[in-house]
Design a protein around this ligand. Sequence first.
Ligand SMILES: C[S@@+](CC[C@H](N)C(=O)[O-])C[C@H]1O[C@@H](n2cnc3c(N)ncnc32)[C@H](O)[C@@H]1O
Ligand SMILES: [Zn+2]
Ligand SMILES: [Zn+2]
Length: 347
Amino acid sequence: MFYRTIDYLACPSDKNPLIADKITQCSEIKNPSCHSRCRLYCAFKGVQIPNGIAPEDCGKCHRLEIITATLKCPRCGTAFPVKDGIARLLPVEKDIKPELQTSMAVKKSEMKARDEFSAEYDLKFPPGRDLLETKSFLKRLSLSGYDAVLELGSGTGRLTMSMLPSCKEIICIDLSFESLKELSRKIHLQDGGTAHLIQADMNFIPLRKEYLFEKIACSGAIQHVPADSKIDAIKEIDRYLAGNGIFVVSAYNHSEMTVETREKEGYHSGRIYFYRYDQDEFKDFLSSVFRVCEIAGMINLPTHKVVGNLMKTGLTWVALALEYLIQRTKLSFRRGEMLIAVCRKKS
Ligand SMILES: C[S@@+](CC[C@H](N)C(=O)[O-])C[C@H]1O[C@@H](n2cnc3c(N)ncnc32)[C@H](O)[C@@H]1O
Ligand SMILES: [Zn+2]
Ligand SMILES: [Zn+2]
């Protein structure tokens, strides 16, 4: 994360703006790809910005990457660490309501499992699947170089890495610290694009309420939020969606194809909770908070045989054209491995 990142941050429990308490280790970036200045709080100068005009030295905030630090909530006094360049902003247990304790236990087991398997996670996905999934998101997000994107459940960054070259910056939120470390490695190797990495729970988004996003993405994460906190999760996401913004979200599809072979609800290995939605359920779930503008089945083509072979022979565009064609039809609800939806604010 950068000095600039702190401008975005709030306490996950009470949403009070965080301040930099102690910055122990940071390094300077030679060619930062993002030059935006702090809007509300400049950590480099250690001042709130009442008039929206950043202090002169704020130019440093996107150049200085913070590796180790302590952030603090002035209201409740909680200290939050920054380690390996990742802000660790999970809610403090004592602040979690008793009725949410069970779902927190489920999330904890997911966090542990994701941490353990973070190095192997990307290997599960053949290039053909990556292509169909990331391009389907990019098509709907239609990113511009001015966009600041909020991504929830970014994991090791399969989607993040494909969005980075097309937007100004991405705020990546995930439960798993080790997955974010994987993502951080990839970003440093690629040497381009600005991502602010935050370990947090999408039910307690640790961002200042003043920051609203025109583009929010959530790829394959919402199906892992336990039943008793999933409505709260999408309400929380709605708080950060700008009036004209879009929220693009995907989840497991429970279609005619999977109904015989796959469980509707259960746990993957490592006690990772999951739920498979059918198209109506997914629409109803999202409609309880958002206006659902589009819903389709995604990953309709066999990714190994068909998409992989087309990619090898330079016919990637054919695979995408076929996939998009199916996504426009009802067939996609039967064939698609995932569902993808585009949501807007209700009013
Ligand atoms: C199936 S992975 C998807 C990762 C990535 N978006 C992708 O498409 O490959 C789901 C991710 O969501 C994260 N996750 C699950 N529940 C979450 C929550 N409540 N808040 C934040 N992240 C969560 C997990 O840690 C995991 O990295
Ligand atoms: Zn600044
Ligand atoms: Zn606080």
